[in-house]
Design a protein around this ligand. Structure first.
Ligand code: ARG
Length: 276
């Protein structure tokens, strides 16, 4: 019998979810196009899958902040430390005090990055097998956050420049898996970033996805132990993940894709580093 505690995850029910503005290419042309009832059902299905393997905590959705459902952007959690996001876009800045207050109430030590744009676990992902933080910049987070995070966390921080506007957050194109593999879409990164990944992760642990899978947000996956929860995966990707011992759970999240988010963005792991 396993004695390890269950993972903890923060989610926000999509009570006031909509697409009200346009801050990433996925939102373009989708203003007012989200179906809230359908979004609610899709979120509930995701919640049920996550709750099978983790204890889920909820933060209430604040009206007027439609993207607050994407709790990955609340901040970066490491042990008892929470580094809240400082959003690049004014449209999301109103979420900051709500998430910061939630972290404080949940007894995290809150440490803000002064004057540096940083979008939390959207752009900062802990490796599952090594003491290392993968950090994406180029669209949302400021490259200068890398040094600030290295200092606070005392981990190797690997900055990765993102070059495709469709993959504007690191968690849209890279997912560290529990066995030390990286699920990722190489073309979303510049050459230096691809080399930085290759220098640290052996080839048999690099699971590169096709553009088709990347556009279906397959890298935006929630990995809990050997389960990988995602919007959609091709047969080839399901096979590749199975070969590494993972069980894939697909759950449609197309209402949230209209805002540029999917499974992983709708969750924030609270028990980090969460090395499996
Ligand atoms: N509309 C949101 C934005 O552009 C989506 C955020 C998705 N979150 C994520 N971690 N990728 O900020």
């Amino acid at each position: 019998m396993s004695t390890s505690p269950r993972p903890r995850v923060l989610m926000c029910p999509p009570t006031h979810f909509s697409v009200d503005y346009d801050i990433n290419p996925w939102m373009t042309g989708n203003r007012d196009q989200a179906d809230r009832g359908r979004a609610q059902r899709q979120w509930e299905n995701l919640h049920a899958l996550v709750a099978d393997a983790a204890d889920v905590e909820l933060i209430p959705h604040v009206p007027g902040l439609p993207d607050m459902v994407f709790t990955a952007n609340a901040g970066l959690v490491y042990r008892d430390l929470a580094v809240p996001s400082r959003f690049r876009h004014a449209e999301r800045a109103g979420e900051e005090p709500h998430f910061t207050q939630w972290f404080a109430g949940a007894r995290f030590a809150v440490d803000l990055l002064d004057g540096i744009e940083f979008e939390g676990a959207g752009d900062a992902l802990l490796d599952r097998a090594a003491p290392r933080l993968w950090f994406g910049y180029g669209h949302r987070s400021d490259a200068r956050a890398a040094a600030a995070l290295q200092e606070r966390l005392g981990l190797e921080v690997v900055p990765l420049r993102l070059v495709d506007p469709r993959f504007y957050h690191l968690d849209t194109c890279l997912c560290p898996l529990s066995g030390g593999e990286l699920l990722y879409f190489p073309a979303a990164f510049d050459e230096t970033a691809q080399a930085a990944i290759a220098a640290r992760v052996p080839e048999d642990k690099r699971i590169a996805v096709s553009e088709e899978d990347a556009l279906a947000f397959a890298c935006n996956a929630v990995n809990l132990d050997n389960v990988v929860i995602l919007n959609r995966a091709s047969a080839a990707l399901r096979q590749a993940l199975a070969a590494h011992g993972y069980r894939v759970r697909e759950t449609p999240l197309d209402e949230f894709l209209k805002a540029g988010g999917s499974a992983k963005c709708l969750t924030l792991r609270l028990d980090e580093p969460g090395l499996n």
